[in-house]
Write a protein that binds this ligand. Structure first.
Ligand code: CAA
Length: 277
C-alpha cells in the first residue's frame, strides 16, 4: 500500500504513480486534453486485479488533472477483467501483497481499513466533475463487474459477459458495486444476478439497463470515442452541477430536489451573467 504524502490539488494525499510502477501493476494511464484513459493491461492474466491495482486506481483519482472531464476505463485483450487475482486465495498470495488469509489475520480495524482503501480505487469514478465510461468486452467478473459498475456509463461489446461471482466463492461484492447494481436493475434482478452468480450477456445487459449501448467488438473504441465527443459538447460547470443534481435525486423528496435545482441554477446564472454569489 502507498503511504500518504503531501496533499495534492484534489485534496488527496497520495503521490502520482509513475508509468513504470503502473506497468508493473498491469495498468496504463494516459491523459489527452480533457480525456483520461485507464487501461487494465495484464491481458495474459485476463486483467486480474490485486490490492496494488486498487491502490494505484485510488492514486490516479487523487492526482487526476483538473482539466479532465471524461475518464475511460478499459481492458486490454479478450476480457475487460476476470476479477480478483485468484492467487489472493492461495496461502502464498500475490508476491509483496499477501493473501486473503494474511489480510484476514489483521485485527478488526486494520482489516476493515484495507478493504476501505480498496474501495477508494473505485469510489472516485463517480465524482461530479467527470463522467466515467467503462468500455467492456469479454468477461467482466467479480471485481471486473464492479469496476464497470463504478463508472457512470457502460458501453459494451456484443461478447460481454458480466458475472458477480463473489457469492459463489463465499464472499460478498464489496468493491462499491452493490448500490449501482440495485439502482440500475432493481433489487429483484440484482438478487438474481448476484445470488446465482450467473452470466449476463450483452442483450440482457442492454435490456435491463446495465449497458447503455452494445456494439460489435471492433466498434467498441469508436463508440466510446463518439460518446466522449458528445459529452464534451456541454458546458463543463453545468455538466458537473447537473450530475450532482442527478446523483442526489433518488435520496431527495420532490420538494428537496426542486430546491436543489433552484440553488444550482442560481449559481449557474450568477456565474454566466454576474451577480452576488
Ligand atoms: N486471477 C489470476 N489469473 C487469472 C484469473 C484471475 N482471476 N483469470 C484468468 N487468469 C489467468 C489464467 O490462470 C490463465 O493463466 P495461464 O495462461 O498462466 O494459465 C490466463 O489468465 C488465461 O485464462 P484462461 O485460459 O482461463 O482464459 P479464458 O479466456 O479461457 O477464460 C475466464 C477466461 C472465463 C475469465 C477464466 O479465466 C476464469 O474463469 N477466470 C477466473 C474468474 C474468477 O473466478 N474471478 C474471481 C471473481 S470474484 C472477485 O473478483 C472477488 C472480489 O472482488 C473480492
Amino acid at each position: 500500500m502507498a503511504e500518504a504524502k503531501a496533499p495534492n490539488q484534489r485534496g488527496g494525499h497520495a503521490e502520482e504513480v509513475s508509468a513504470e510502477a503502473l506497468a508493473e501493476i498491469g495498468l496504463r494511464f494516459e491523459v489527452d486534453g480533457e480525456i483520461a484513459t485507464i487501461t487494465l493491461d495484464r491481458p495474459d492474466k485476463r486483467n486480474a486485479q490485486t490490492f496494488a491495482t486498487w491502490s494505484a486506481l485510488a492514486r490516479i483519482g487523487d492526482n487526476l488533472p483538473e482539466r479532465v472531464r471524461i475518464v475511460v476505463v478499459k481492458g486490454e485483450g479478450p476480457s475487460f477483467s476476470a476479477g480478483i487475482d485468484l492467487r489472493m486465495f492461495t496461502p502464498e498470495g500475490v508476491p509483496g501483497q499477501g493473501s486473503f488469509g494474511s489480510a484476514a489475520r489483521l485485527d478488526g480495524p486494520a482489516f476493515e481499513e484495507r478493504l476501505r482503501q480498496a474501495q477508494s480505487g473505485f469510489l472516485w469514478l463517480r465524482r461530479p466533475e467527470i463522467v466515467s465510461i467503462a468500455a467492456v468486452q469479454g468477461h467482466a467478473i467479480g471485481a471486473g463487474f464492479q469496476l464497470a459498475l463504478a463508472c457512470d456509463l457502460r458501453i459494451v461489446a456484443d461478447d460481454v459477459k458480466f458475472c458477480m461471482k463473489e457469492p459463489a466463492l463465499g464472499l460478498v461484492p464489496d468493491l462499491t458495486g452493490t448500490k449501482p447494481l440495485v439502482e440500475l436493475v432493481g433489487q429483484a434482478r440484482a438478487i438474481d444476478i448476484c445470488l446465482t452468480a450467473r452470466i449476463v450477456e450483452a442483450q440482457e445487459a442492454l435490456s435491463i439497463g446495465l449497458a447503455e449501448r452494445v456494439v460489435p467488438g471492433d466498434e467498441l473504441a469508436k463508440a466510446v470515442q463518439d460518446k466522449t465527443a458528445q459529452l464534451l459538447t456541454t458546458n463543463r460547470d453545468a455538466a458537473a452541477a447537473t450530475k450532482r443534481l442527478l446523483q442526489g435525486a433518488a435520496g431527495r423528496t420532490l420538494e428537496e430536489q426542486c430546491a436543489a435545482e433552484g440553488a444550482e441554477q442560481a449559481q449557474r446564472l450568477r456565474a454566466l451573467f454576474g451577480g452576488a454569489s
